[in-house]
Design a protein around this ligand. Structure first.
Ligand SMILES: NC(=O)c1ccc[n+]([C@@H]2O[C@H](COP(=O)([O-])OP(=O)(O)OC[C@H]3O[C@@H](n4cnc5c(N)ncnc54)[C@H](OP(=O)(O)O)[C@@H]3O)[C@@H](O)[C@H]2O)c1
Length: 343
């Protein structure tokens, strides 16, 4: 367990720096002017010597190893669960604080699972590994939190429409190749997904469990309860991969203990941190993946009373899965660590 020491500038490592999330992390550190003294991009041996741009200069990618973290203050991990399991504890032993994007440590009791707009207090005082939640969970809880605080949520039914960038760069390439191939009369080659993703929807993300739910769906159940600190919230998700390049969409139905109404929810969410309400159906205004991509906010619209139940509302939530769903949330956690030292 470590305390971050106050400094002018920090040595920051990004493990998985050449990946879809890692690249986004590096550009967000630059964009938000995070006080990086030295950036250390780490990836597999395949990427050793590659060069990435940071603040107008080339930085060489190093191979991730147990000794990569000597003298490093902060490490942002996005190289998958097995890499995190292997290297994050070594980084902590070197005195480094780890913000981990994988699912490896999220449900461990002593690991804070943090969305800065929702549960900044979960960060605690003494730190080692801090987990970044699953992308679909992050954008959902940013919207659920103010509703839960005011009306107390009993049950959430959510269907996701998840972009292919959530499966990494290879999946983006597969959607491009299949779309072009099919339009030219060729067969679709499936490598990343078990079925054709172009012009299709796959109700299958991650492994199926005995319950019939997938691991991705169960992450939304367990992580929502941990972040909102309420094990009584019932969550029933269906996670679907759709042929969208970037930004996940979610159709959400929420049942609450106290009486709730759509107009009041609109006003509540309009003032909620990290949320932007886009809800003017008469003008065809509602959140869209194409508009959310590249943005920081979690967009919500189609807010309406549920005609089939009392104390229930429906809405549509969209956010950039590589930014708020991963890299931005991780950098915001790092910013929270720094802000706390100034208090
Ligand atoms: N994409 C999303 O929306 C999203 C959202 C939330 C969380 N995440 C999580 O973030 C992680 C990365 O996702 P991604 O979409 O960025 O994947 P990606 O595009 O496939 O990138 C994977 C990165 O991990 C590195 N890597 C793989 N094996 C390694 C090893 N043995 N040692 C060192 N580095 C290794 C790769 O390096 P090379 O280039 O050298 O192979 C690359 O930099 C995953 O845990 C994922 O679940 C992703």
């Amino acid at each position: 367990m470590i305390l971050l020491e106050k400094k002018e500038r920090y040595r920051v490592a990004v493990a998985g720096a050449t990946g879809a999330v890692g690249r986004e992390m590096i550009s967000i550190l630059e964009e938000r002017n995070f006080p990086v003294g030295e950036l250390i991009p780490l990836a597999s041996s395949r990427s050793r010597g590659k060069r990435l741009m940071f603040r107008g200069a080339e930085v060489e990618v190093r191979e991730l190893a147990e000794d990569s973290f000597a003298g490093v203050d902060l490490a942002l991990f996005s190289a998958g669960g097995s890499v995190s399991r292997q290297f994050a504890p070594a980084a902590v032993r070197s005195g480094c604080i780890v913000i981990d994007n994988s699912s490896a440590f999220r449900m461990e009791k002593d690991v804070p699972l943090v969305v800065p707009e929702v549960n900044p207090g979960a960060l605690g005082e003494r730190l080692g590994i801090i987990a970044n939640p699953n992308c679909s969970t992050i954008q959902m809880v940013v919207v659920l939190k103010p509703i839960h605080d005011r009306y107390r949520i009993r049950r959430v039914v959510v269907s996701t429409y998840q972009a292919v960038s959530g499966s990494g760069q290879k999946a983006v390439d597969e959607l491009v190749a299949q779309s072009a191939g099919l339009l030219n009369g060729e067969d679709a080659a499936c490598k990343v997904y078990p079925h054709q993703i172009a012009f299709n929807c796959l109700p299958h993300i991650d492994e199926f469990l005995d319950s019939g739910y997938t691991r991705e769906e169960m992450k939304m159940v367990h992580e929502t309860r941990k972040i909102l600190e309420d094990d009584a919230i019932q969550v029933s998700p269906t996670a679907v991969r759709v042929p969208v390049f970037n930004a996940h969409s979610e159709s959400i139905n929420v049942e609450t203990e106290k009486p709730i109404g759509a107009e009041e929810v609109k006003r509540l969410l309009a003032g909620a941190p990290g949320v932007e309400v886009v809800d003017d159906p008469a003008k065809k205004e509602y959140p869209l993946a194409t508009r959310a991509a590249g943005k920081d906010a979690v967009f919500v619209g189609r807010i309406r009373d549920d005609i089939s139940a009392t104390n229930a509302v429906n809405f549509w939530v969209v956010a950039d899965n590589l930014r708020k769903g991963a890299a931005l949330n991780a950098v915001q956690i790092a910013e929270l660590l720094l802000a706390r030292m100034d208090r």
